[in-house]
Design a protein around this ligand. Structure first.
Ligand SMILES: Cc1cc2nc3c(=O)[nH]c(=O)nc-3n(C[C@H](O)[C@H](O)[C@H](O)COP(=O)(O)OP(=O)(O)OC[C@H]3O[C@@H](n4cnc5c(N)ncnc54)[C@H](O)[C@@H]3O)c2cc1C
Length: 377
């Protein structure tokens, strides 16, 4: 009997899960793989700050990234998962698609619910449509005025630098609760400060945003930080489908999985990438990143193939290698890290780091077509 594996979400994790599952199950069993995604294009999310800055991203049809002919691509929006019946609802087609094994890879978007006013007034670079809207807004406003980026993580840093470089008429402020790049070494942070100074990015550290308004931010304590445009880059949120389907999820709505990426509540469902609550062997949360999502997708594919072959899959073993940060088109930081993501002293900076990151970003898309290669983004 055919075993139908349905992967929902064709981001970095979903494409790799589909490609590798199809490859690994080809010789083992009569398995069929279907990949469902709301668009027929691959969204290269790690470049969305570049899209907001007005750069034209390469067109990546999903069909070109699927290397196994046995993968059926369904372009539709999943509106529900029925974990009892074993079906996903295809919203546009208005029909249900049955699965024997489901890989949940719906990724994430910006978390605009954590602070009042963010959903109404803030822009984001988290998904392609949002980044394109921000680009159009900045172009229409003749790229002048003050823009505040909220969030000192890697996405906030990349957005602040890219937008400051692309729109020199903008006054860019980075507002963050802690320090920008808390996971960077002192040497890398020195480089970041120098780059922000060169680009005219003003950094406001230790500032917790209490509210977003049309004219800027209100900080804890009541101080107003003026900004005509606010870009929210202070965290990602995941879709609610897993929670609505009754899957065990964590406080953020991410699917709780065991060490083989299988849902702890529904054994025929695996979750990968941003939508899964990924943990290290000693129980620490992994950050939402391609760097973690890609190995999780590879692991899920191996686990599915192993079980279909009647073997017990090996648990996920994960280690970090580096954090790659672009600072505009010709500058960056590559922070080498220990296996637990703490920074080593070694870091590449400047043009060499920008080239390195560009090679990794390109290599990641190449790697999706060669899904056994580890991803180091
Ligand atoms: C500007 C920016 C820069 C970043 N830089 C880095 C970086 O340098 N390094 C790094 O490791 N990470 C980076 N990240 C994070 C990284 O992009 C994410 O961690 C990664 O995309 C997660 O991959 P994923 O496959 O889990 O989900 P996604 O890439 O989000 O893919 C999910 C897919 O599911 C689809 N989908 C969602 N809902 C539905 C639905 N209901 N029905 C059908 N399809 C649906 C989406 O359209 C998408 O195609 C960056 C993110 C951003 C926004």
């Amino acid at each position: 009997m055919t075993h139908h594996i349905v992967v929902i979400g064709a981001g970095y994790s979903g494409v790799i899960a589909a490609n590798l599952t199809a490859r690994l199950t080809a010789r083992l069993t009569d398995a069929r793989v279907t990949l469902v995604n709301e668009s027929d294009r691959f969204a290269e999310r790690v470049r969305l700050h570049q899209l907001a800055a007005g750069q034209v991203l390469r067109d990546l049809p999903l069909a070109d990234l699927l290397v196994e002919p046995r993968i059926e691509l369904v372009v539709d929006r999943v509106t529900a998962v029925d974990a009892v019946a074993g079906t996903v609802r295809l919203g546009r087609a208005g029909r249900d698609l049955g699965y024997d094994t489901l890989v949940y890879a719906l990724g994430s978007r910006a978390d605009l619910e954590s602070v009042p006013g963010a959903a109404e007034h803030a822009w984001t670079v988290a998904v392609p449509a949002d980044a394109a809207r921000l680009r159009d807004h900045l172009t229409a406003s003749a790229s002048g005025g003050v823009l505040a980026v909220v969030g000192g993580g890697l996405t906030g840093i990349e957005a602040a630098a890219e937008l400051a470089e692309a729109y020199p008429g903008l006054k860019v402020r980075l507002v963050t609760e802690g320090v920008p790049g808390p996971g960077l070494s002192e040497r890398a942070r020195r480089h970041l400060r120098a780059t922000f100074a060169r680009l005219g990015v003003e950094v406001r550290e230790g500032a917790r945003v209490a509210e977003v308004r049309a004219d800027g931010l209100v900080l804890d304590g009541g101080e107003h930080v003026g900004a005509g445009t606010v870009v929210w880059a202070a965290g990602f949120a995941v879709p609610g489908l897993a929670r609505e389907a009754g899957l065990a999820v964590d406080d953020h709505g991410r699917v709780i999985v065991d060490r083989t990426l299988r849902s702890v509540s529904h054994l025929d469902i695996l979750a990968v990438g941003d939508a899964a609550a990924l943990r290290t062997e000693d129980g620490k949360d992994l950050r939402m990143a391609c760097a973690t999502g890609i190995p999780s997708a590879q692991q899920a594919a191996r686990a599915i193939a192993a079980r279909l072959a009647g073997r017990e899959p090996r648990p996920l073993r994960f280690r970090y290698f580096n954090q790659c940060v672009s600072l505009g088109r010709d500058d960056g930081i590559v922070q080498f890290v220990r296996s637990d993501d703490t920074p080593r002293r070694a870091a590449l900076t400047g043009r060499a780091a920008a080239r390195y990151k560009e090679a990794i970003v390109r290599g990641t898309v190449y790697g999706m077509r060669h899904p056994s290669i580890p991803g180091y983004l």
